[in-house]
Ligand binder design. Structure first.
Ligand code: AHR
Length: 501
């Protein structure tokens, strides 16, 4: 007899309307993300601009609504002016963040063209490491001002007549980290972010700004950093950022799959800090969260130590993900959905080749990593309202966590399309989990399909040669008398799709 878990879903038990930007991603000038990733002139699938159409197609499958650009650590040493204007006049620069050489063949305008091809908005980061408020306000003017000023006319002279009206902007990147070019204390960063934000909005009052939170929850300055930064920037920004990567360093799967609980705690802590500052200021505005870097990142750390310094687009951070990574990514996506009322932006880091769901071979095919699937399923089927289910599940303890539910799950209701989708991970290593989900006032809803990602080999990876980790639709969910029942196979990612017929 398999273990049992229960869920209750009510149309009116809502967390919030989901901001589609939580399905965002990230392309940094790093490794083969840009050069050899989205851009490979000479590749059989490249278009006239050199963009790989096979990659574009996969990004479209993911329906990525927002892409953060151009970094990451890279942005803290980047002169945006190097990447605009005639390509043959652009300088080659040392990128001190990743110890590589940046050719600047691709810059802002090329990237904006690519983003348009994949139907994504851009979440633009400004350099608050080596640069400051002047470069930040000039970039906003270059990108968003209609014309009649130095930088907007410069853009027009570069062939871009209409302003881009980029809405979301990051005020630097991981400025709390000693590895960052131009690392700052919280007060130093708080002040520069405040002033940059102020003048960026003077150029374009319609933009939304993200202040840098901590680089991860383990940073010694975490919590104080957020409080100090928001104390300075509260009046000028809409978001505070969170970054977090996990790895199965101890090779303990039960503990590894529980790491999304830590992500949950991290999110709750940052909400508390943001609300504390709001209270302190007697403010009216809620600061929302931009979880603009999250993923698994650990497989490639050793091999990256062997990279030849100052090479152009070497294969850096090329984690090859296995099946268990896909399960954790699924749990992390569910965690983001559970906080849809405050997490309004999130970016899977990254998109192509660099800790990415999409990989490419030079002159060869593009292929889908294991993590591609949970990301695609939530992005495609997770639009609408995040419901607040009541869940009861058997629990376990692991090395770092207690009371880890075997069932990690949530549900999204799309009123317009009359669709209801349950996302669920069974963390049990041994056996299937019998799920009973009461969908009481979803009358007339029937199963469309029950997608399952499962594999007998926990360490199974995909490659250009094949995708042994891929979903099937043979899940056994049924609905009868307002009750969905299904067996979620041991260690599986499940998407139970219902619609009113
Ligand atoms: O995504 C890879 C790197 O991770 C980013 O450049 C940086 O912001 C983070 O440390």
């Amino acid at each position: 007899m398999s273990k049992k878990a229960k869920m209750i879903l009510e149309k009116d038990f809502k967390i919030s309307e989901i901001d589609n930007r939580i399905y965002g991603s990230f392309v940094e000038h790093l490794g083969r993300a840009v050069y050899g990733g989205i851009y490979e002139p000479g590749h059989p699938q490249a278009d006239e601009m050199g963009f790989r159409q096979d990659v574009i197609e996969m990004v479209k499958e993911l329906q990525v609504p927002l892409v953060r650009y151009p970094g990451g650590n890279f942005v803290s040493g980047y002169n945006w002016e190097d990447g605009v204007g005639p390509v043959e006049q652009r300088p080659r620069r040392l990128d001190l963040a990743w110890r590589t050489t940046e050719t600047n063949e691709i810059g802002t305008n090329e990237f904006m063209k690519w983003a348009k091809l994949v139907n994504a908005e851009v979440n633009m980061a400004v350099n608050l490491g080596t640069r400051g408020i002047d470069a930040a306000r000039s970039l906003v003017e270059y990108m968003n001002h209609p014309g009649g000023s130095y930088y907007s006319d410069l853009r027009i002279s570069h062939g871009i007549k209409e302003p881009y009206n980029v809405k979301t902007w990051c005020l630097g990147n991981e400025m709390d980290g000693p590895w960052q070019i131009g690392h700052k204390t919280a007060v130093e960063y708080g002040r520069i972010a405040q002033e940059a934000a102020k003048v960026m909005k003077w150029v374009d009052p319609n933009i939304e700004l993200v202040a840098c939170g901590s680089s991860n929850r383990s940073m010694p300055t975490f919590a104080d950093w957020e409080a100090t930064v928001l104390d300075h920037t509260y009046d000028h920004v809409e978001f505070i950022s969170l970054h977090q990567y996990y790895g199965n360093y101890d090779n303990e799967i039960s503990n590894y799959l529980a790491m999304s609980l830590e992500m949950d705690d991290f999110i709750q802590s940052v909400i508390s800090i943001a609300d504390y500052i709001k209270a302190k200021k007697r403010g009216k505005k809620k600061i929302n969260l931009s979880f603009d870097e999250w993923n698994v990142w650990y497989h490639s750390k050793e091999q990256d130590k062997l990279i030849e310094p100052w090479s152009v687009a070497p294969p850096q951070l090329e984690d090859v993900y296995n099946f268990e990574d896909a399960l954790l990514v699924g749990c992390m996506l569910i965690t983001l959905l559970k906080h849809a009322d405050r997490v309004k932006i999130a970016c899977l880091a990254q998109l192509v080749n660099v800790i990415a769901p999409i990989m490419t071979e030079e002159n060869g095919p593009a292929w889908k990593q294991t993590i591609f699937y949970p990301y695609m399923h939530t992005s495609v089927y997770g639009r609408g309202v995040a419901l607040n289910p009541i869940v009861s599940s058997p629990k376990y303890d692991s090395k770092d966590f207690t009371d880890v539910p075997l069932l990690e799950s949530t549900a999204v209701y799309n009123e317009e399309n009359e669709q209801l989708t349950i996302f669920a991970v069974n963390r049990d290593l041994q056996e299937g989990l019998h799920l009973e989900c009461d969908i009481r006032n979803f009358e007339g809803y029937k199963i469309v399909e029950h997608i399952v990602l499962e594999n007998d080999e926990i360490k199974q990876t995909n490659s250009a040669q094949g995708t042994p980790v891929a979903p099937h639709t043979n899940g056994n969910a049924v609905v009868e008398n307002g009750l969905v029942t299904a067996v979620l196979p041991k260690l599986s990612w499940n998407v139970i799709r219902l619609a009113k017929k």
